[in-house]
Write a protein that binds this ligand. Structure first.
Ligand code: SF4
Length: 369
């Protein structure tokens, strides 16, 4: 089993963010962690847990004793597999060696730093609260604290970011020798300050410029020994993120906390995104989960959509299962993309090629209806 824990606190809100996150609410951390632990205890979570993922928000705002409370609750409820992967997202400006050492001692064995970009002016425009020196420092601190599995998140397609600037960010990140890099294209989400700025005329790089950035990174990172195992994820030495990998392969996972989503036994559960409402409802023993039963057709479709994101791809049998569920003929479409070099077919598995990854959403729109 896999578990996702949502920690929704942030020191400030980035202009592009549409995650469930709250700034200036750190005084609620104690009450939130109590509620989170009550939710875990009252759930039907069964272990042992193979992966635990602290996402956010900014999980590295958790004082070590609060992290310990959550991990002890999980251990008491479900237990851990001896080789459990415990990942934590962290913002570079929130950590130092001492804090990271405490996290490591508590069992966290994978860190993911939100680095995003090298240039000060780009980070400022995004509303990020750090400068690159903090990324370098946090990486060094993590090594000193005993972490051997580090990820850096970077973004491209950002306002004011040229190809050269993105190249500088990727090469600086690679020089810090992380085991894993995640590259995310900026998405303009409705209702964010960024969406407002774009509506008011803020210029973003063109689709061609963004494509050039992505293609350059694929080539550069392959040369640096990184394997692209998913549309946005590159790892060295097979240090894939096991938690995400399990989810992309359709494994069950529990989501705990405000805004969290999970899927267990063909039922998708989700939480509302109001922080105080979540704490109140858990404390009152109220209903906090919305459940949705996933039909065989929906499950086959999701398997296809998730599988095509990864280098594992999807089997012909899985595609046929999906096509039967929706009474579709699929061969023509798949053959067209094979011919155009967006897909490959080897050993009975369809996989999206490097060229296909950049237009993945467009491919999925055609292949999966
Ligand atoms: S740090 Fe992450 S979760 Fe927090 S506001 Fe920025 S993008 Fe959102």
């Amino acid at each position: 089993m896999n578990a996702y824990l949502h920690i929704p606190f942030c020191t400030s809100i980035c202009n592009y963010c549409d995650f469930t996150s709250f700034a200036g609410q750190e005084s609620k951390i104690v009450a939130y962690v109590d509620a989170l632990c009550s939710e875990i205890e009252g759930s039907s979570l069964e272990g042992p847990l193979q992966t635990v993922y602290f996402g956010g928000g900014t999980p590295s705002l958790l004082p070590p004793e609060k992290l310990e409370q959550i991990l002890k609750t999980l251990e008491g409820k479900a237990g851990f597999n001896p080789s459990v992967e415990i990942s934590m997202e962290a913002n570079p400006e929130t950590v130092d060696t001492e804090r990271l050492k405490s996290y490591r001692d508590l069992g966290v064995n994978r860190l993911s730093f939100g680095a995003q970009a090298f240039q000060k002016e780009i980070l400022k425009k995004m509303g990020r609260g750090h400068e690159w020196e903090r990324v370098e420092q946090a990486t060094q601190d993590a090594r000193k604290a005993g972490f051997h599995n580090l990820n850096l998140d970077l973004m491209f397609g950002l306002a004011g970011q040229t190809l050269e600037m993105f190249q500088e960010s990727v090469t600086k990140a690679a020089s810090l020798k992380p085991e894993h890099l995640s590259l995310y294209a900026l998405q303009v989400e409705e209702g964010t300050p960024l969406a407002k700025q774009v509506a008011e005329g803020l210029k973003l790089p063109s689709e061609d410029e963004v494509a050039d950035e992505y293609a350059w990174a694929q080539t550069y990172l392959a040369r640096e020994g990184f394997e692209q195992y998913e549309v946005s994820n590159f790892s060295k030495l097979r240090k894939t993120c096991l938690h995400n990998w399990n989810i992309w392969r359709g494994k069950d996972y529990w989501g705990f906390g405000v805004g969290a989503v999970g899927t267990v036994g063909g039922v998708r559960h989700s939480h509302g995104d109001d922080l105080m409402d979540y704490i109140r409802q858990v404390n009152q023993g109220g209903v906090i989960l919305q459940n949705e039963f996933l039909s065989d057709g929906v499950r086959a479709m999701e398997k296809l959509m998730l599988g095509l994101r990864t280098q594992e791809g999807v089997s012909k049998a899985e595609v046929e299962q999906y096509a039967q569920a929706y009474h579709l003929s699929y061969l023509d479409k798949f053959n067209r993309f094979l011919k155009n070099g967006f897909l490959s077919l080897r050993d009975g598995q369809y996989r999206v090629t490097s060229k296909g990854y950049f237009v993945l959403n467009g491919l999925l729109e055609v292949l999966v209806v």
